[in-house]
Design a binder for this molecule. Structure first.
Ligand SMILES: [Zn+2]
Ligand SMILES: [Zn+2]
Length: 279
Protein backbone atom coordinates (compact mmCIF):
# COMPACT_ATOMS: atom_id res chain seq x y z
CA UNK A 1 0.00 0.00 0.00
CA UNK A 2 1.21 3.49 -0.84
CA UNK A 3 0.27 6.55 1.19
CA UNK A 4 0.38 10.28 0.72
CA UNK A 5 -0.58 12.01 3.94
CA UNK A 6 1.43 15.19 3.96
CA UNK A 7 -0.50 16.90 1.18
CA UNK A 8 -1.69 20.49 0.76
CA UNK A 9 -4.73 21.26 -1.38
CA UNK A 10 -3.22 24.54 -2.60
CA UNK A 11 0.05 26.29 -3.33
CA UNK A 12 1.71 28.59 -0.79
CA UNK A 13 0.98 31.75 -2.72
CA UNK A 14 -1.16 34.84 -2.44
CA UNK A 15 -4.77 34.38 -3.47
CA UNK A 16 -4.85 30.64 -2.71
CA UNK A 17 -8.03 31.02 -0.66
CA UNK A 18 -10.08 28.25 0.90
CA UNK A 19 -12.98 29.28 -1.37
CA UNK A 20 -10.89 28.52 -4.45
CA UNK A 21 -9.21 25.32 -3.33
CA UNK A 22 -11.38 23.61 -0.72
CA UNK A 23 -13.83 22.44 -3.35
CA UNK A 24 -15.13 19.04 -4.43
CA UNK A 25 -13.63 19.63 -7.89
CA UNK A 26 -10.15 20.23 -6.50
CA UNK A 27 -10.36 17.15 -4.26
CA UNK A 28 -11.36 15.15 -7.33
CA UNK A 29 -8.19 16.27 -9.14
CA UNK A 30 -6.09 15.00 -6.22
CA UNK A 31 -8.04 11.74 -6.08
CA UNK A 32 -7.51 11.14 -9.79
CA UNK A 33 -3.78 11.79 -9.46
CA UNK A 34 -3.61 9.40 -6.48
CA UNK A 35 -5.47 6.68 -8.39
CA UNK A 36 -3.15 7.05 -11.39
CA UNK A 37 -0.09 6.66 -9.15
CA UNK A 38 -1.41 3.74 -7.09
CA UNK A 39 -1.75 5.75 -3.87
CA UNK A 40 -4.52 4.15 -1.83
CA UNK A 41 -4.29 6.21 1.33
CA UNK A 42 -4.68 9.92 0.66
CA UNK A 43 -4.88 12.60 3.31
CA UNK A 44 -4.37 16.32 3.61
CA UNK A 45 -2.39 18.22 6.23
CA UNK A 46 -2.95 21.95 5.92
CA UNK A 47 -0.41 24.27 7.49
CA UNK A 48 -1.53 25.35 10.95
CA UNK A 49 -0.63 28.96 10.12
CA UNK A 50 -3.46 29.05 7.56
CA UNK A 51 -6.02 29.07 10.38
CA UNK A 52 -7.07 32.16 12.34
CA UNK A 53 -6.96 30.01 15.48
CA UNK A 54 -3.16 29.73 15.06
CA UNK A 55 -2.79 33.37 16.12
CA UNK A 56 -3.68 32.19 19.62
CA UNK A 57 -0.49 30.08 19.42
CA UNK A 58 1.90 32.59 17.90
CA UNK A 59 1.78 36.07 16.41
CA UNK A 60 4.85 35.66 14.26
CA UNK A 61 4.70 37.77 11.03
CA UNK A 62 4.52 34.53 9.01
CA UNK A 63 1.38 33.48 10.91
CA UNK A 64 -0.14 36.96 10.64
CA UNK A 65 0.48 36.90 6.88
CA UNK A 66 -1.40 33.62 6.29
CA UNK A 67 -3.95 33.09 9.06
CA UNK A 68 -7.33 33.42 7.33
CA UNK A 69 -9.34 30.19 7.50
CA UNK A 70 -11.43 28.57 10.18
CA UNK A 71 -10.00 25.26 11.37
CA UNK A 72 -13.39 23.68 12.04
CA UNK A 73 -14.64 24.50 8.56
CA UNK A 74 -11.49 22.84 7.23
CA UNK A 75 -12.11 19.72 9.33
CA UNK A 76 -15.73 19.52 8.17
CA UNK A 77 -14.73 19.95 4.54
CA UNK A 78 -12.04 17.25 4.65
CA UNK A 79 -14.23 14.77 6.54
CA UNK A 80 -17.00 15.26 4.02
CA UNK A 81 -14.56 14.79 1.14
CA UNK A 82 -13.64 11.32 2.40
CA UNK A 83 -9.91 12.15 2.51
CA UNK A 84 -7.93 11.46 5.65
CA UNK A 85 -7.82 14.49 7.91
CA UNK A 86 -4.48 15.82 9.05
CA UNK A 87 -2.78 19.07 9.92
CA UNK A 88 0.84 20.18 9.64
CA UNK A 89 1.68 21.83 12.95
CA UNK A 90 4.90 23.63 13.76
CA UNK A 91 6.69 22.56 16.87
CA UNK A 92 7.22 25.74 18.88
CA UNK A 93 8.99 25.23 22.20
CA UNK A 94 7.13 26.70 25.19
CA UNK A 95 3.95 26.95 23.15
CA UNK A 96 3.02 23.27 23.51
CA UNK A 97 -0.11 24.00 25.58
CA UNK A 98 -1.43 26.45 23.01
CA UNK A 99 -0.72 24.02 20.15
CA UNK A 100 -2.44 21.27 22.11
CA UNK A 101 -5.48 23.51 22.64
CA UNK A 102 -5.87 23.86 18.89
CA UNK A 103 -5.40 20.13 18.28
CA UNK A 104 -7.62 18.90 21.12
CA UNK A 105 -11.15 17.81 20.40
CA UNK A 106 -10.79 17.83 16.61
CA UNK A 107 -11.19 14.65 14.60
CA UNK A 108 -7.69 14.26 13.13
CA UNK A 109 -6.56 11.02 11.56
CA UNK A 110 -3.00 12.18 12.19
CA UNK A 111 -0.99 15.24 13.18
CA UNK A 112 2.16 16.02 11.21
CA UNK A 113 4.79 17.81 13.30
CA UNK A 114 7.32 20.07 11.60
CA UNK A 115 10.27 22.14 12.64
CA UNK A 116 10.23 25.13 10.30
CA UNK A 117 11.39 27.59 12.95
CA UNK A 118 14.29 27.66 15.35
CA UNK A 119 13.42 30.39 17.80
CA UNK A 120 11.90 33.21 15.75
CA UNK A 121 13.85 32.28 12.61
CA UNK A 122 12.70 30.13 9.69
CA UNK A 123 15.01 27.47 8.29
CA UNK A 124 13.20 27.12 4.95
CA UNK A 125 12.94 30.79 3.97
CA UNK A 126 15.85 32.41 2.22
CA UNK A 127 16.47 35.30 -0.13
CA UNK A 128 13.07 36.97 0.42
CA UNK A 129 13.68 40.68 1.14
CA UNK A 130 10.43 41.03 3.14
CA UNK A 131 11.33 38.13 5.41
CA UNK A 132 15.01 38.83 5.84
CA UNK A 133 14.71 39.71 9.52
CA UNK A 134 13.77 36.12 10.40
CA UNK A 135 15.80 34.25 7.76
CA UNK A 136 18.06 31.99 9.82
CA UNK A 137 20.64 31.86 7.03
CA UNK A 138 21.54 35.54 7.11
CA UNK A 139 25.10 35.52 8.42
CA UNK A 140 24.52 32.03 9.77
CA UNK A 141 27.01 29.70 11.37
CA UNK A 142 26.08 26.39 9.73
CA UNK A 143 27.13 24.16 12.65
CA UNK A 144 25.10 26.22 15.08
CA UNK A 145 21.97 26.24 12.90
CA UNK A 146 22.17 22.48 12.32
CA UNK A 147 22.76 21.78 16.03
CA UNK A 148 19.81 23.87 17.13
CA UNK A 149 17.59 22.50 14.37
CA UNK A 150 18.14 18.85 15.34
CA UNK A 151 17.84 19.61 19.06
CA UNK A 152 14.45 21.19 18.34
CA UNK A 153 13.45 18.20 16.20
CA UNK A 154 14.24 15.80 19.06
CA UNK A 155 12.16 17.95 21.44
CA UNK A 156 9.30 17.92 18.93
CA UNK A 157 9.31 14.10 18.89
CA UNK A 158 9.54 13.91 22.66
CA UNK A 159 6.38 15.99 23.22
CA UNK A 160 4.26 13.11 21.90
CA UNK A 161 1.98 15.66 20.21
CA UNK A 162 2.72 14.45 16.70
CA UNK A 163 2.03 11.20 14.85
CA UNK A 164 4.46 11.93 12.01
CA UNK A 165 7.73 13.86 12.11
CA UNK A 166 7.78 15.77 8.81
CA UNK A 167 10.74 16.27 6.44
CA UNK A 168 13.16 15.45 9.29
CA UNK A 169 16.29 17.05 7.85
CA UNK A 170 14.54 20.08 6.32
CA UNK A 171 17.54 22.16 7.41
CA UNK A 172 19.33 20.92 4.26
CA UNK A 173 16.62 22.35 1.94
CA UNK A 174 18.81 24.98 0.25
CA UNK A 175 21.77 22.66 -0.37
CA UNK A 176 24.91 24.55 -1.24
CA UNK A 177 23.05 27.89 -1.59
CA UNK A 178 23.60 28.42 2.15
CA UNK A 179 26.49 27.42 4.43
CA UNK A 180 26.60 23.65 5.05
CA UNK A 181 28.47 21.86 7.83
CA UNK A 182 31.44 19.73 6.81
CA UNK A 183 32.03 16.04 7.34
CA UNK A 184 29.84 13.34 8.79
CA UNK A 185 26.44 14.85 9.57
CA UNK A 186 25.53 12.16 12.09
CA UNK A 187 26.96 14.34 14.84
CA UNK A 188 23.94 16.61 14.27
CA UNK A 189 21.40 13.81 13.85
CA UNK A 190 22.53 12.44 17.24
CA UNK A 191 21.08 15.52 18.88
CA UNK A 192 17.57 14.48 17.82
CA UNK A 193 17.89 10.77 18.49
CA UNK A 194 17.21 10.56 22.23
CA UNK A 195 13.92 12.38 21.76
CA UNK A 196 13.01 10.28 18.73
CA UNK A 197 13.95 7.01 20.46
CA UNK A 198 11.84 7.89 23.50
CA UNK A 199 8.84 8.82 21.35
CA UNK A 200 6.29 6.82 19.40
CA UNK A 201 6.49 9.05 16.33
CA UNK A 202 6.61 7.80 12.72
CA UNK A 203 9.42 9.24 10.61
CA UNK A 204 8.33 10.88 7.38
CA UNK A 205 10.14 9.95 4.21
CA UNK A 206 9.32 12.84 1.89
CA UNK A 207 10.06 13.17 -1.79
CA UNK A 208 9.59 16.96 -1.50
CA UNK A 209 13.34 17.40 -1.08
CA UNK A 210 13.80 16.13 -4.64
CA UNK A 211 12.02 19.25 -5.95
CA UNK A 212 13.99 21.61 -3.70
CA UNK A 213 17.52 23.01 -4.28
CA UNK A 214 19.06 20.17 -2.25
CA UNK A 215 17.64 17.57 -4.69
CA UNK A 216 17.51 14.77 -2.09
CA UNK A 217 14.84 12.77 -0.32
CA UNK A 218 14.16 13.85 3.27
CA UNK A 219 15.75 12.49 5.42
CA UNK A 220 19.27 11.42 4.44
CA UNK A 221 19.82 7.65 4.64
CA UNK A 222 22.10 7.80 7.74
CA UNK A 223 19.41 9.74 9.62
CA UNK A 224 16.75 7.20 8.70
CA UNK A 225 19.01 4.30 9.63
CA UNK A 226 19.45 5.80 13.08
CA UNK A 227 15.65 6.12 13.43
CA UNK A 228 15.16 2.51 12.31
CA UNK A 229 17.67 1.38 14.91
CA UNK A 230 15.58 3.28 17.45
CA UNK A 231 12.57 1.24 16.34
CA UNK A 232 10.65 4.01 14.60
CA UNK A 233 8.25 3.24 11.70
CA UNK A 234 8.21 5.12 8.40
CA UNK A 235 5.44 7.25 6.86
CA UNK A 236 5.66 8.11 3.14
CA UNK A 237 4.51 11.47 1.68
CA UNK A 238 5.24 13.92 -1.10
CA UNK A 239 4.30 17.24 0.59
CA UNK A 240 2.44 18.02 -2.66
CA UNK A 241 0.95 21.49 -3.05
CA UNK A 242 -0.67 20.62 -6.42
CA UNK A 243 -2.19 17.40 -7.85
CA UNK A 244 0.82 17.16 -10.21
CA UNK A 245 3.17 16.91 -7.22
CA UNK A 246 1.20 14.09 -5.59
CA UNK A 247 3.33 10.97 -5.20
CA UNK A 248 6.24 12.82 -6.84
CA UNK A 249 9.11 10.39 -7.62
CA UNK A 250 7.53 7.62 -5.56
CA UNK A 251 9.11 4.90 -7.69
CA UNK A 252 12.51 6.22 -6.69
CA UNK A 253 11.44 6.51 -3.03
CA UNK A 254 10.08 2.96 -2.90
CA UNK A 255 13.30 1.60 -4.37
CA UNK A 256 15.30 3.65 -1.87
CA UNK A 257 13.18 2.35 1.03
CA UNK A 258 13.62 -1.20 -0.22
CA UNK A 259 17.38 -0.69 -0.25
CA UNK A 260 17.18 0.29 3.42
CA UNK A 261 15.17 -2.85 4.22
CA UNK A 262 11.89 -1.00 4.81
CA UNK A 263 8.93 -3.17 3.79
CA UNK A 264 6.06 -1.50 5.69
CA UNK A 265 4.52 1.94 5.93
CA UNK A 266 2.57 3.59 8.71
CA UNK A 267 -1.15 4.02 8.06
CA UNK A 268 -3.33 6.24 10.25
CA UNK A 269 -6.97 6.43 11.21
CA UNK A 270 -8.30 8.64 14.00
CA UNK A 271 -4.78 8.86 15.42
CA UNK A 272 -4.32 5.09 15.60
CA UNK A 273 -1.37 3.69 13.64
CA UNK A 274 -0.93 0.35 11.97
CA UNK A 275 1.70 -0.93 9.54
CA UNK A 276 0.87 -2.12 6.04
CA UNK A 277 3.22 -3.84 3.56
CA UNK A 278 4.43 -1.50 0.83
CA UNK A 279 3.66 -4.28 -1.68
ZN1 LIG B 1 6.65 21.63 6.11
ZN1 LIG C 1 3.89 20.68 4.09
Amino acid sequence: MLTDYHVHLRPDEEGSTAERYFTAGNVERYREAAAERGIEELGVAEHIHRFVQSLEIWEHPWYRLWAADDVDEYCDFVLESGLRLGIEADYLPEREDRIQNLLDGRPWDYVVGSVHFVGEDAVDVHGEPDWESWDIWRGADADRVWSRYFETLGEAARTGMFDILAHPDLVKVFGSRVPMPDGDLRRFYERAMDGIAESDVAIEVSTAGLRKPVGEIYPAAPFLEMCLEAGRPVALSSDAHTPEQLGHEYERAVEWLDGLGIRELAVFERRARRLEPIG
